[in-house]
Structures are given as C-alpha cells and as structure tokens.
Design a binder for this molecule. Structure first.
Ligand SMILES: [Zn+2]
Length: 312
C-alpha cells in the first residue's frame, strides 16, 4: 500500500457521568470497551471494593460504566443487571444523594497518603509515613461518624496496600462531595519541623473550588496546630506547635503540583501534619495519643468548613 497513512481512529465511548460502584456478588468482569464481545481484561474477585466512574455508555445490551481500578487503569463494567438477579454493584450516584443541608448529609473523601510498597517518608528508626497516615485517617473517619453522624465517607484505602493516585483523585471527583482530604506527614532532613497544609489554586479548578479549598486548608491547619498545643499541654508532644503556613504549590504550567489536588474536581486539601524525619516529631507520631490529638484537630477543621458552607 502506498500513499499517506490514515490516522488511527480512537473510539471514545460514553457520556460524562459521576458515581461509585460498590461491588458485590463477585466475580465482576471488567472489559476494555463497553461490550461483552471480547474477553474481560480482568475479573474482580474482591468483596467490598468500590470503584469510581466518570463515564457511562448506554448500549443495546445494557448500561456500562468506565471505572478507575486501584492500579489507576480504566475498564468497563456492566450495570444493567442490577436487580434481584445478577447483582454486580450498588451504584452511589451523587445526583441522587440528599443535598447537603446538615452536617450528617456531608460527603467526604479521606485519603491516607501512600500505602503498600509506597512507604512514604521513613523515620531514622524505620517507622513509615504510610502507617501514621492510615491510622490518623481512620481516626478522623471514626470521629466524623461517631460525633456528627456523617454517613457518607469514602476512604481511598483502609488497608496497607498500593493505591494509585488516579484512583484516589477519581474517587473524590466521583463522590461529588464537599471535600477531599489527603493526610500525609512531611520529610526533609532531621531539623525541619512543623505543620503545613496545601490547597488548590491551579488553573484546572474553578474559583469557587479554590476558595473552598483555601477555607478548609486554613481551618484544618488551625485545627492541627491547636491540637498539637493541646498535646503539648497534656505532656504528649515535646515541642510547641510550629506553623509553616497554608500553602499552594503550582507546577510550571500553573497547574496544582500535587496530583490529587490537580485531579480531584471538588474542594481538596493535602495536610502535612508534622515531620516524620524530625527526631522529636517522628517520635511523637509513633505515639497513639498524639495521633488521637491530630485526628481531633483535623476533624475540627473539617467541621468548621462544613459549618461555613451551611451558613447562608
Ligand atoms: Zn506523604
């Protein structure tokens, strides 16, 4: 064949949609396109997994959604059989959720940083950031549930496992919620110390989202500093709280530097509680009592923000 090459056609399926599929009655086959004509890419065997989707494809043989898998890849699953028969999934559809009119109707995504083979920062004695992040995140979830009866909290992970940044951010976007909060601890040599929180100011986000992100970041930063002072007063935390500020970090194209802040299309923040690489702060972080205080402070910041949203 001579002549010019024809451009390869890429078929883009579906229409924008938003939701989270909670898988049950396994296994659930995942396909490369919204069709059962070919072999599934993979079959999900894991009970209780929830997968965000941002695209839907209505077809003659049923309704399909494009889910983001834990490893960040995407695939299609069929939802047309949701009834008393084959039950692949429950669909959480934000558009059908009760509107946010009281604290208990809030929808929040909590993201414990790193996990699995991604340990995050590591203290001199080997204590890993991922462990502290998960414990604090689970404590925040428990506090929001037990004290404020918040019913819809999506955790990007509840185990020590690898979870892609794409899954984390897409879960936040697909939740359609009021907030995505990523919980981390910092690292930079042994002398750096203190608390900082990042908000969205990148070009991808609307002004409204940026403003809400900034308000939350300020409230959570204040909450953490207050909590660290309280831990100090209680004799748990050796040093005094140190305010490194509420910050925005941009990339070269004026996009948010942190992947989850750039790709979660709801108000999102990233909290760096303390420095795990600092001997004093790192040791405190290994104290469960200190992590309880941190979780209280983060929770207080989230509640301040939600109350602010509810105030006309
Ligand atoms: Zn981290």
């Amino acid at each position: 064949m001579g002549g010019r090459m024809m451009p390869k056609k890429v078929k883009v399926y579906g229409v924008p949609a938003k939701g989270i599929a909670t898988l049950r009655d396994l296994p659930v086959p995942i396909y490369s396109s919204p069709s059962e004509q070919f072999q599934p890419l993979q079959t999900i065997q894991r009970d209780g997994l929830y997968l965000p989707f941002l695209r839907r494809y209505p077809d003659v043989d049923g309704n399909w959604i494009e889910v983001t898998l834990l490893d960040g890849s995407k695939g299609w699953m069929q939802i047309s059989d949701i009834d008393d028969g084959i039950q692949y999934a429950d669909i959480y559809d934000p558009s059908l959720a009760p509107s946010f009119t009281s604290l208990d109707t809030a929808v929040i995504t909590i993201d414990p940083g790193h996990g699995g083979t991604a340990s995050g920062a590591v203290a001199a004695d080997g204590f890993e950031e991922k462990t502290a992040n998960l414990d604090i995140a689970l404590k925040v979830m428990d506090l929001l549930t037990s004290q404020y009866n918040i019913k819809t909290i999506w955790m990007t992970r509840i185990y020590d496992e690898d979870v892609s940044l794409a899954y984390r951010a897409d879960l936040g976007t697909a939740s359609g919620g009021q907030l995505f909060i990523s919980i981390h601890n910092n690292s930079n040599g042994s002398t750096s110390h203190g608390t900082e929180t990042y908000y969205q100011c990148g070009k991808e986000q609307t002004l409204d989202t940026q403003q809400k992100s900034y308000i939350t970041a300020t409230a959570v930063q204040m909450g953490m500093l207050t909590a660290i002072q309280a831990a100090h007063d209680a004799g748990i935390y050796v040093a005094l709280p140190s305010d490194r500020g509420v910050k925005c970090r941009l990339g070269s194209g004026r996009e948010d530097y942190y992947y989850v802040l750039r790709n979660a299309y709801i108000p999102a923040i990233l909290a760096e509680c303390v420095f795990i690489s600092n001997p004093v702060e790192g040791a405190c972080l290994q104290n469960e009592g200190f992590r309880d205080y941190l979780a209280e402070g983060i929770k207080d910041g989230i509640i301040f923000y939600l109350n602010d949203l509810l105030t006309p």
